[in-house]
Design a protein around this ligand. Structure first.
Ligand code: DGP
Length: 116
């Protein structure tokens, strides 16, 4: 059994963190190293190491995260323009192996591109 990730410890309340949103399936809090003026993480309570490990059993949970991304964007007042990112694997920049969505906004994103 691998040791709990920092996100499992945040969810367990071991590391005090202000939740912007929480429900029975996920929590949302600010990224400690923001890449945009608005940058929050949406993290399922149930740990899946990375997106490629998800199975059809996780379909409802993954759909929930997407729906809540829109809800959280509305809470933050950024529903007209935000970007969602999932890093899958160290080669793609994933550093915390507990699946999460990055929700970023209030930054000029390049049009039609994925960088910047
Ligand atoms: P990723 O590279 O996709 O695995 O993103 C992990 C993000 O998690 C990274 O942007 C920094 C953030 N992060 C890591 N540790 C903590 C923490 O203890 N608190 C918060 N709020 N964010 C963290």
């Amino acid at each position: 059994m691998s040791s709990p990730t920092i996100f499992s410890r945040i969810i367990a309340g071991e590391i005090p963190t202000d939740f912007i949103y929480e429900d029975e399936f996920c929590v949302c809090f600010k990224d400690v190293h923001p890449q945009a003026p608005t940058h929050v993480l949406i993290v399922p309570r149930h740990p899946i190491p990375k997106l490629a490990d998800a199975t059809t059993a996780d379909q409802t949970l993954l759909g929930h995260l997407m729906v809540k991304a829109g809800h959280i964007a509305r809470l933050l007042g950024v529903e007209e323009a935000f970007r969602l990112v999932v890093n899958n694997g160290a080669g793609a920049g994933q550093t915390v192996f507990h699946l999460h969505l990055h929700l970023m906004a209030n930054k000029k994103f390049s049009e039609g591109g994925l960088n910047g």
